[in-house]
Each structure stands twice: as C-alpha cells, then as structure tokens.
Design a protein around this ligand. Sequence first.
Ligand code: ZN
Length: 187
Amino acid sequence: MLLPLKYYGDPVLRKRGERVEDLSPAVEQLIEDMFETMAEYNGIGLAAQQVGEALQLTVLDIRPVEDRPSTLKIGGREEEPDSIMPLVLINPEVKPLADAVPGGEGCLSFPEMSAEIDRPERVSVKAMDGGGEPLEFECGGLLARAIQHETDHLNGILFIDRMDRATKADLQEQLDALRAKTLAALA
Ligand code: ZN
C-alpha cells in the first residue's frame, strides 16, 4: 500500500524514533509499504518518520543509482553492495570511519530540493535486518551517505541541519513555502 509522505514542517519529522523491539505483523506491513512508497517516488532511502511513524526503522535500495559508486565490507571482506539490497535497518548504530566529504543529496520530504552535504565517506553500521537478524557491515560512497541521511531522520535530524549557511540561505524561500504549505494542510 502506498503511504502518504510527510513533508518539511510536519512535526513527526522532528521526532526521535522509538526502538523497534520485535518484528510484529504491523511492522512487517510497514516495511513492505515503505518499500512500495519509496519506489513510487524514486527514492533510494525512506525513514519511518517520512511516512508518519516515529520509529528506529529505515529502508534503502541504492540499485537505481548507477553513476555513484558504493563499497561494502562484511566481516572484513569486500562484497558487492547490491548483495544486501533491498536493505532494512532497524535500530541502526552508525559510526564514522573516515573524514567528511561533500556530496549531493535530496530528500523525499523536500521535493525538488537538493544540496551538497558533508558527511564521513565511510561508516560502520550495526542494526537488526528485516528478518530480525543482527547485521553488521562497513560501507562507503553513496551507500554510506544514504545510510547517514536516513539514520539522521530516525533521530529527528534533517539534511537542512547539515547544510552550510550559504546553501541553506539559497533554499530558504523554497523551504519557507514548503513549510507553510505543510502547516496549512495540517491545520
Ligand atoms: Zn530524507
């Protein structure tokens, strides 16, 4: 089922997600619906907050993007990043392994906006997967960026919080308009 997206200005986007302790049928359905919704809007990542649920749950699938490479290491071995797609991360813990580098990002909660954001180029990830199993890996490139963007959502952090002042100033008019539209729809 397609879920309605939550846009900038909706207070749920600022909520820290609660931990998901077990994969109830409701959570499994939510995961399925999030994948369907993400694909419909051509996203490569979607956090539960973006469909109105403040949970530590995000789904990703970077396969549609072919021109931005990723790396993956599991148990110290290089693996094909596609091998863990589609990816469900529950209660993820993400730690930086490298210096920050700039890279372009968009967000389904901010239609038509994109910006360069600095983020660590490589990270380690510990989480529960969509089957309720523990998952641990290191990744770099686009996958690392997407995971950091989504994990931020789970903590109520948005990519505008990571923009430098000039970038945000350039988008301010669009941001104000989107926020006003969202608030009007909620009222
Ligand atoms: Zn986003």
